[in-house]
Design a protein around this ligand. Structure first.
Ligand code: NAD
Length: 504
């Protein structure tokens, strides 16, 4: 290599049969460091033949894996839990490099993903069935839950470690074999997870990775050997995944986008509400499906709240995760940063005002995909900044007169992922929890991501399918019930009876 020749990029391949394999498809994508705009790796894009090979290996591994005792599966999950814990800095650095989020944020993601491995360590308890003795004379009825077979996960760029762990922990512990198609923008965290899973004792073929784009996704959605699909990503793709995979006879849970409203009542503690709005609106540069996007400021609360938010935003340090003092990193791509910034222009054109303009942040003039925290005031339904999921560090404030009007806005919004109310009035909070048509609700908690022993899921266009992700609903999703009716009579008492069996 000559001194001027660019160093070759790290190649990120598939993970099939317990090892990383280079792609032969001839198709690939470039992974860019969003903090610098520099290419850092090249990711394989699977061909149909490669997807077939991956699924065949997962199908072959299912036979033994579903027969593996629960205590052994539990033991492997415990080992995986410990290995992820030991390697959490390494995993977080990979996430941070490819996604751009800061190290503390990436470590938080790893910790929340790890919770799901911990839940799956309890697989023996989670899979307990039911037994009814003497349902009829000498007859017992019991229910068992069995794995589905080969199941698929398709994941987004914003949680390269946590969302795969939401899915694969329960899927594998319940006895399925799991094929993951990670986001092509952030594929390397999954490779490390696969390596750790192998070290933990997950047999070859039980966890498989196919890297790629919609060619791989479409092949998985139509593949006759795939029994279920878990998806997390944008609503348009979630709807497509749900429709295509169900048409092909698969069980589907497809989690989509969000527009999360934070309702602030006049009695709220302003400092606490401002801390929450800033943390939940600008953390991870607003690239969280549970980020707060809209503040509904009821009555007199808007002016003091905006003043308190401005005070806090002025102190936020935007910059690359490689600088430990950075509190907010870049957005994922230049195109996405430009789209997010365009909502500031459209807001003004639509009659709102820009109270904080993140385009003037010093980090924006670098080659990274930065945008400083931004605040739009006097937003309203019908404006692009209100109607669309922005997925960036832009908070919009809607000034509103009453609780009832605020509730109406939330309930008529097509998304229903998360919401939060800030108040000191327990009765108002309880009424909100009762009234609001959203899947995950925070009371003085701005990012109410459920702990792993509950389940995660929005309502309306934020989730297509019936079962939420991870936790108890994850176990239901990755298993199917079988009901056994049994009798052990004395053969001498047997006779022909053409009547329909009765139980009394
Ligand atoms: P995305 O929908 O663009 O991509 C998600 C996955 O789908 C990726 O693996 C991608 O390769 C694949 N994909 C993209 N376009 C496809 C197509 N046309 N056909 C088949 N597959 C396709 O989402 P993203 O940009 O990676 O992530 C951001 C979105 O995810 C936001 O809308 C955010 O709200 C949402 N999200 C939702 C949740 C949730 O729990 N509800 C969590 C995280 C992110």
């Amino acid at each position: 290599m000559s001194a001027t020749q660019a160093p070759s990029l790290v190649a990120v391949g598939h993970w099939i049969n317990g090892e990383q394999v280079a792609s032969t498809s001839g198709r690939s994508g470039i992974i860019t460091n969003p903090a610098t705009g520099e290419p850092i790796a090249e990711v394989a894009f699977a061909s149909i033949a490669e997807v077939d090979q991956a699924v065949a290996s997962a199908k072959a591994a299912f036979v033994d894996w579903r027969s593996t005792p629960l205590s052994r599966r539990s033991e492997i999950m415990f080992r995986l839990r410990n290995l992820i814990l030991e390697n959490r800095e390494k995993l977080a650095s990979i996430i941070s490099l490819e996604n751009g989020k800061t190290m503390p944020d990436a470590l938080g993601e790893v910790a929340r993903g790890l919770e799901n491995v911990e839940f799956a360590c309890g697989v023996a308890n989670n899979l307990k069935g039911g037994y009814s003795e003497q349902s009829s004379r000498g007859v017992d009825v019991y229910q068992i839950r069995q794995p589905l077979g080969v199941v698929v996960g398709i994941t987004p760029f914003n949680f390269p470690g946590m969302v795969p762990l939401w899915m694969l922990s329960n899927a594998i512990a319940c006895g399925n074999t799991f094929v993951l198609k990670p986001s092509e923008k952030v594929p390397s965290a999954s490779i490390l997870i696969a390596e750790l899973a192998k070290e933990a004792g997950v047999p070859d073929g039980v966890l498989t990775l196919v890297q790629g784009d919609k060619v791989a996704v479409n092949c998985l959605l139509e593949h006759p050997d795939i029994k279920a699909v878990s998806f997390v990503g944008s609503t348009s793709v979630a709807r497509y995944i749900y429709e295509t995979a169900t048409k092909n006879g698969k069980r589907v849970q497809a989690l989509g986008g969000a527009k999360n409203h934070m309702l602030v009542l006049p009695d709220a503690d302003i400092a606490m509400a401002a801390d929450a709005a800033v943390s939940a609106g600008y953390g991870a540069a607003g690239e969280r499906c549970m980020a707060i996007s809209v503040i509904l400021a009821v009555g007199s609360v808007a002016d003091p709240l905006i003043a308190a938010i401005r005070e806090r935003v002025a102190k936020i340090k935007v910059g690359p995760a490689s600088d430990a003092s950075s509190e907010m990193g870049p957005l994922i791509t230049r195109e996405h940063r430009d789209r997010v910034a365009s909502f500031l222009d459209s807001a003004v054109a639509d009659g709102a005002s820009v109270s904080i303009d993140g385009r003037s942040d010093p980090a924006v003039s670098t080659d990274g995909y930065f945008l400083g925290p931004s605040l739009i005031d006097h937003a309203k339904p019908g404006m692009a900044c209100y109607d669309h999921e922005i997925f960036g560090p832009v908070l919009s404030v809607v000034r509103i007169d009453t609780y009832a009007e605020a509730l109406h806005l939330i309930n008529e919004n097509p998304f229903g992922n998360g919401t939060a109310i800030f108040t000191q009035n327990g009765g108002a909070a309880r009424q909100f929890q009762f009234d609001v048509e959203v899947g995950m609700v925070g009371i003085n908690v701005p990012i109410p991501v459920p702990v792993s022993y509950y389940s995660f899921g929005g309502w309306k266009s934020s989730l297509f399918g019936d079962l939420h992700m991870y936790g108890p609903e994850g176990v239901l999703f990755y298993t199917r019930a079988k009901i056994v009716t049994s009798r052990w009579p004395d053969p001498g008492t047997s006779k022909v009876d053409l009547g329909f069996p009765q139980v009394r």
